[in-house]
Design a protein around this ligand. Structure first.
Ligand SMILES: Nc1ncnc2c1ncn2[C@@H]1O[C@H](COP(=O)(O)OP(=O)(O)OP(=O)(O)O)[C@@H](O)[C@H]1O
Ligand SMILES: [Mg+2]
Length: 361
């Protein structure tokens, strides 16, 4: 770590860096950071970090997370006001350090506004093309699905054992839910069902579906922030989105051949002042779905949200594309980061999402 021996190495770095002590007081700022925030060294030294992070609680929370995980905390697309009242959009990384005098460093990387907007635009166009494709596919799926459901019903009549009937019931209810979704994909003008939704109810439903689908060896851990508020959403679509992600995770872990170590975590947290889709969201729900499977190749990682992209021999490559579609309908976003042994899918759902309750009771 550059900090450990001297601070001189930071002077020449293109990345903006500040170093603070335990009391969140700024002890060092490198020239790149001075330029980025239009502040001179003298104006910053011995000031509190809230010079850059007005929401100090948010910052403390981020720092604590970094410390408790003994790793860096990373935040994308955060807005900071410069000395000249200009707003800069940055990604920042907080890294705790072991040092007598200093406690942590913060690196800032300025996000190029143009690049960001262009990327979002591209994503939006891509998504519209995806929807078209999905509608066509839904048309193809609907008929065989009816056949499957009918066959499961006939099979159920032949079964005496209650335990076996539970399986046919899963086939029937899943077929119904899928049928439901297919109908929605085929009729884009049909109103979705928006009602007050609790993210944990969605997760609990996914949990029970996953556990009945993959009953053996799977350790499913829940780490919920139960204080999260309700929001308006289409429950069925959210269940489907999370289920698609969770199912992929278990399928990947099963491939790994280390069945006794299959861990799937559902983590919910509150996020504040987060920016995406060209809007700043005051509060949002963050859901992380983490597995300890083999991870996703970096080449595939860039493409996984495209329809028909699959790393599996018999995968249809629709799961994540559909999930992304459903999350976008809630003005949210879904992203993924992956290394071997740890893959995280993060779903961000704004609490204030401009959706209106339309459920007919
Ligand atoms: N948690 C994960 N770990 C490893 N690979 C993953 C994970 N999640 C997704 N993938 C990869 O991303 C690909 C795309 O996933 P997606 O759900 O869109 O399609 P699929 O699972 O192949 O097919 P479908 O979901 O339509 O049955 C997967 O085939 C898999 O290779
Ligand atoms: Mg899938």
């Amino acid at each position: 770590m550059i900090i450990k021996n001297n601070l001189k190495g930071m002077e020449d770095l293109a990345t903006a860096i500040i170093v603070c002590d335990k009391d969140l007081t700024i002890k060092h700022i490198n020239p790149s950071a001075e330029i980025l925030f239009e502040l001179s060294h003298e104006k910053v030294i011995n000031k509190s970090i809230n010079l850059f992070f007005e929401e100090i609680e948010f910052f403390k929370n981020a720092l604590n997370q970094a410390k408790s995980k003994k790793s860096s905390y990373r935040e994308h697309e955060y807005f900071i006001k410069t000395n000249q009242n200009k707003i800069v959009c940055v990604s920042f990384i907080i890294t705790p350090i072991e040092h007598e005098e200093f406690d942590f460093i913060v690196e800032f990387i300025q996000m190029d506004q143009h690049l960001r907007v262009a990327r979002e635009e591209r994503m939006f166009i891509q998504q519209q093309a995806n929807s078209e494709l999905l509608r066509n596919l839904a048309h193809e799926i609907r008929n065989p699905l009816g056949g499957l459901r009918g066959a499961a019903q006939l099979l159920e009549k032949e079964l005496d054992e209650q335990a076996l009937k539970e399986y046919t019931q899963i086939i029937i209810t899943e077929a119904d839910r899928l049928q439901n979704l297919m109908n929605k994909l085929l009729t884009p003008h049909q109103l979705p069902v928006y009602k007050r939704t609790n993210i944990h109810e969605v997760l609990e439903r996914v949990r029970s579906l996953i556990l009945s689908e993959f009953p053996e060896h799977l350790k499913l851990t829940r780490d919920y922030d139960v204080s999260l508020p309700e929001f308006i959403g289409d429950r069925e679509k959210l269940i489907q989105a999370v289920l698609n992600v969770a199912r992929n995770a278990v399928q990947a872990m099963l491939q790994n051949n280390k069945k006794n170590e299959m861990n799937l975590d559902f983590i919910t947290r509150a996020e504040s002042q987060i920016v995406f889709h060209k809007k700043k969201h005051a509060t949002a729900i963050r859901l992380d779905i983490v597995d300890n499977g083999p991870g996703i190749d970096s080449e595939l990682l860039d493409k996984i949200f495209y329809p028909l992209v699959s790393g599996k021999e018999y995968g249809s490559g629709l799961g994540l594309s559909l999930a992304q579609n459903f999350i976008t309908q809630h003005n949210g976003m879904i992203d993924c980061s992956s290394t071997p042994g740890k893959t995280t899918f993060s779903i961000i759902l704004p609490i204030e999402n401009n959706l209106k309750i339309n459920e007919v009771v």
